[in-house]
Design a protein around this ligand. Structure first.
Ligand SMILES: Nc1ccn([C@@H]2O[C@H](COP(=O)(O)OP(=O)(O)OP(=O)(O)O)[C@@H](O)[C@H]2O)c(=O)n1
Ligand SMILES: C[C@](O)(CO)[C@H](O)COP(=O)(O)O
Length: 226
């Protein structure tokens, strides 16, 4: 990694975790005795990130701040109220970035176990000149397109398909431009950049960057990382 590279990370953690159904915001759900958010922030700091800005549920900022700050002694963390969807939460965290950074990462709290090496690979790609870099994995299953009745319309060519993970890395200018100019909600931030016609680079993702979405994912996380 470029040692002089200044990196800020935005961590959308304002989701309720409806699909997990744990009865508390997903970022606070424990694995190995610590909240998902604590694991996520610790790995970002271990990868060399200088500042972390977390988007929290607007009615629950304090417990999120506590979980984020538990990642390290004097953890350089700020917490802002998040939005109604992931895109808005990222934009609100982005609005809170002050100063000059070479790279901005956007990283789901729910991908709490992303290896430090994967985070560094994303940072290095942007530091080396990519305006945007995202970690991806190949698709292992056959993929079909279905209609509203569940009938198959087509079988996709999976050789050109990739599963997309986080952190996603950007130059600050590109991420700001994407959120200012690319209208509408998207399921990831690189899609906003695509709408500007800017090329999105990929780096190799990692199975440990799995998103904890369902109770089964949580059981896997506890079995592997607990
Ligand atoms: N309004 C929202 C919704 C989601 N997120 C964050 O975006 C990441 C990816 O979202 P997802 O895994 O879908 O989390 P939830 O929205 O909490 O899940 P669900 O859809 O099951 O409620 C999570 O870290 C989540 O906290 C956010 O910051 N603000
Ligand atoms: C950003 C993301 O993790 C990339 O795969 C994903 O798109 C988030 O989707 P979600 O439906 O909001 O969990």
């Amino acid at each position: 990694m470029h040692t002089t590279c200044e990196v800020v990370a935005l961590v959308p953690a304002a989701g309720q975790g409806v699909r997990l159904g744990a009865g508390l915001p997903k970022a606070l759900v424990p694995v190995a005795g610590e909240p998902l958010l604590t694991h996520a922030v610790r790995r970002l700091l271990d990868a060399g990130v200088r500042e972390v800005i977390v988007a929290a549920p607007p009615d629950g900022v304090e417990p999120i701040a506590e979980a984020a700050r538990a990642a390290a002694v004097d953890a350089p963390v700020r917490v802002v109220p998040g939005g109604a969807d992931r895109t808005e939460s990222v934009r609100l965290a982005l609005d809170a970035v002050h100063g000059r950074f070479d790279v901005v990462l956007v990283h789901d709290a729910a991908r709490a176990f992303t290896p430090v090496e994967t985070i560094r690979a994303v940072i290095s790609a942007v530091a080396a000149g990519a305006p945007v870099a995202i970690p991806v994995l190949p698709v292992a299953d056959t993929v079909k397109v279905v209609d509203a009745d569940g009938m198959v319309i087509a079988t996709s060519d999976r050789s050109s398909l990739r599963l997309v993970q986080t952190p996603q890395g950007f130059t600050l200018d590109v991420l700001r431009q994407a959120h200012a100019q690319a209208a509408g909600v998207a399921t990831d931030d690189s899609a906003l950049v695509e709408r500007l016609g800017i090329g999105v680079h990929t780096v190799e993702g990692h199975p440990h960057a799995m998103k904890v979405t369902t109770p089964f994912d949580l059981a896997i996380a506890e079995a592997v990382f607990g």
